[in-house]
Design a protein. Structure first.
Length: 252
């Protein structure tokens, strides 16, 4: 999604610059190009560096000079990063946040769905056996209140493995076949979004069946299961995401 001018300024002025790229995938990002822009060597940190080692290498650098930690999206949305900031403050390292664009706001802007109509966000994880039922339960809870559900799709950057909308819907359909609560049917309205924040985002609204057969292209992908639609939201999905015109009838 890019970096703000303030974020770039901080990176240029820092003694050390770190980045993590495991919590999200930035399709148009080039580390080499960014290093040329900010004039700094950027050190990439893995999930192990941050979550298991507690960011020790970066914290040691921060005790000696100014450090910038770059993350995809809006910093501190991930709980792990909040823990890192808390540890820094406990060590007497002053911290501050330069906010950036987030997938949470990007999907709303791309789809035209109202931000105050979203309920709890959930992640659909990869599963080697039976798919997790938690996403299904979150969708059910939000739907009972007429709210939309944003489903973030699992990323395993170390394995170069990114969940697709097809994978996510397949997992939800499998849970539906077990639970049989009518939460995810073949005709359930869904919205798929690919590469939000890039120069070629893809947005498609339609039934679960339609989206299962739709080619969204390269990752990252995200999925929205809408709740009760306002008529302006229905119009947005028709115009911006190719939803069927009949969707307006459901708002009357």
């Amino acid at each position: 999604m890019g970096i703000s001018l303030r974020g770039l300024k901080e990176a240029k002025n820092a003694d050390s610059v770190f980045i993590e790229l495991y919590t999200s995938f930035l399709p148009s990002f080039s580390l080499k190009r960014f290093e040329e822009t900010c004039g700094k060597k950027v050190q990439a940190l893995s999930r192990v560096d941050i979550e298991e080692d507690g960011g020790k290498r970066m914290l040691l650098e921060a005790e000696r000079g100014g450090v910038v930690f770059l993350v995809p999206g809006d910093p501190l949305i991930a709980t792990t990063h909040v823990a890192l900031r808390i540890e820094a403050e406990r060590r007497g390292i002053r911290t501050f946040v330069v906010h950036g664009a987030s997938i949470l706001s990007a999907v709303m802007g791309l789809s035209g769905l109202h931000n105050y109509k979203f309920g709890k966000t959930v992640t659909i994880p990869f599963s080697d056996r039976n798919p997790s039922e938690t996403p299904y339960e979150v969708i059910s809870e939000n739907s009972s209140r007429g709210l939309h559900t944003l489903c973030l799709l699992d990323i395993r950057a170390g394995e170069t493995r990114y969940m697709t909308i097809h994978d996510a819907l397949t997992a939800l359909v499998e849970v539906e076949s077990k639970r049989r609560e009518g939460i995810i049917a073949v005709g359930t309205l869904s919205v798929g979004i690919a590469r939000a924040g890039s120069e070629d985002p893809q947005v498609k609204a339609g039934s679960v069946k339609d989206l299962l057969d739709y080619d969204f292209g390269k990752p990252p992908h995200a999925l929205i299961i809408p709740g009760k639609l306002h008529f302006t939201e229905a119009e947005a999905l028709i115009v911006l995401a190719g939803a069927p015109q009949a969707l307006l009838e459901t708002c009357k």
